[in-house]
Design a protein around this ligand. Sequence first.
Ligand code: TZP
Ligand code: MG
Length: 206
Amino acid sequence: MLKLYFICGSSNIVGRQFEDVLEQALKAGITLFQFREKGPGSLDGEEKRQLAQRLKKLCHAYNVPFIVNDDWQLALDIDADGIHLGQDDEKIETIIEKFEHKIIGLSVSNFEEYDQSDLQHVDYIGVGPVYATSSKSDAKKPGGIELIRKMRLYDKEVPIVAIGGITNRNCEMILKAGADGISTISSIAASGNIEQDVKSYLDYYK
Ligand code: TZP
Ligand code: MG
């Protein structure tokens, strides 16, 4: 499920329809999707909920789980498959009862954050940024490939999905460093050839 985790919000898409981009990515074989509605031009309220519903339906047509970033109330309202939380979002302990049978992901940028996180109910950690990214304005300092390597040694069990500046040219190193999967915004959202780019990511698992 973590192999190729596409993350996207309205602000990451320029000059085309969100649903077209997502459907192309689904057709090509992404394994997980996260709706991350943030930044300039992002939707709120009823519009956001309706978009989320449509995207969830699209994901389910391809048997791909639909995860919501941050907005756990929306995740519950539309019966999403899971929630992804950042270090500054709602604490997992306070929502776990409502998410018992759902996927829970947590962002971890460094070892300090890892040490202060309760991973008891967490299904995977999103580790990064690995490289510099222009998709998150408040991203922490990139940890490079070493962040993945060291995190893998630090916790040999927790599923790790790498994030930040990943392309199908650097992903092989990241997988070799011990990540279970990779996640990406721009390399799919802004790709000129989604089918080809998704396929070349997936080739590394063959
Ligand atoms: N968290 C850490 S880096 C990042 C997030 C959400 C953005 C990743 O976007 P891109 O375009 O794949 O670098
Ligand atoms: Mg967050």
